[in-house]
Design a binder for this molecule. Sequence first.
Ligand SMILES: *Cc1c(COP(=O)(O)O)cnc(C)c1O
Length: 378
Amino acid sequence: MENVTAPFRSFALVSRERIARNYRRIREVVGPGVEVAGVVKADAYGHGAAEVSSILEAEGAHWLAVSSVEEGVTLRQAGVRARILVMAGFLPYEGEAVVEHELTPALQSLAAVAEMDRLARRAGKPLPYHLKIDSGMGRMGAREGAGEVAAAVCGAAHARLEGLMSHLASAADFASPQTAEQIARFDHLCRALAEAGIAPPYRHTASTNAVAYGRENAWHNMVRAGLGIYGYVPAARGAAPPRMLTVEPALAWKARIIAVKDLPEGAPVGYGATFRAPRPMRMAIVAAGYADGVFHSLGNRGSVIAAGQTTPIVGSVCMDVIAIDISHTTALGPGDEVTLLGEEGGVKLDAEDLARATGTISYDILCRIGRRVARVYA
Ligand SMILES: *Cc1c(COP(=O)(O)O)cnc(C)c1O
């Protein structure tokens, strides 16, 4: 371990085994009749999309999902062979890349279905697409009824409808009727389309929450799992059933100490002197700042794990460094690691903890780990 991480001041250790195991657990929960598309958008939530994709492919994944055409092209260039669903569709100028890299767009409107038809006609092959239905989230997807959808799909004879999908806005909220309403609307549309002879092979509405909390009627025959693969399930609201999914965080984030110094009582620390040593204090400067994804709002509020203990961040978070109070130990010096995210000496700090401390969600914490932080795979 020391060897692979030695040159890096700040690095994220990603466990291949945990990614693979989390993915297998999701597959076990939904069972063999349900395809699990591994969501690797946003550089696999900061874990490295090419690496995570290759882990999932080695586990037998048939489908991966990204947000944009650019992300899909990047995966193809990294050698990914699995089907790639582009969940936010394509823009007119991205059509050629869709064809060339064999990406499967999730179309967001009936106008896009017509565009897809033109693309397929030009390409001279029946390009597959999935159609996103806005079943009540009020974000992306077609809102039209079955008649109009059927007309658009049938009018696009050169392209091939391969999946109907929707996205749930509140799947972890068991105090809200929204999920049941969304699923009912989606199922109603699927039935009406089936009666019109339109029954594509895939139907999918579930992401991690609907899998983890056992909303089986959202699974259909494909689920799109992102966060769960990385080892997190957001907390539920309301009278949630027990979780069906057990996963473990796949990423630990470390940074090295650059300098240690002893401060006298009353000494100010950092920009704006937002902290003053309340007593003689030993401080360490750690090589990670907001440019690396340490939220600025963690100044004087967040903590890291140093020498196996929860250790407060003192003063404001700088672009490249933070200061921490290591008065509890003399064991740490320049080059030693502290843990920004992960476990050390039985103490745990995960993305949910950081999200609570910063008023955000675990997704946000993971996605913002900066490009400067080396990803190291073990
Ligand atoms: C990001 C995304 C997912 C994955 O969601 P998780 O909560 O990370 O499992 C699934 N579907 C769509 C449309 C998404 O944008």
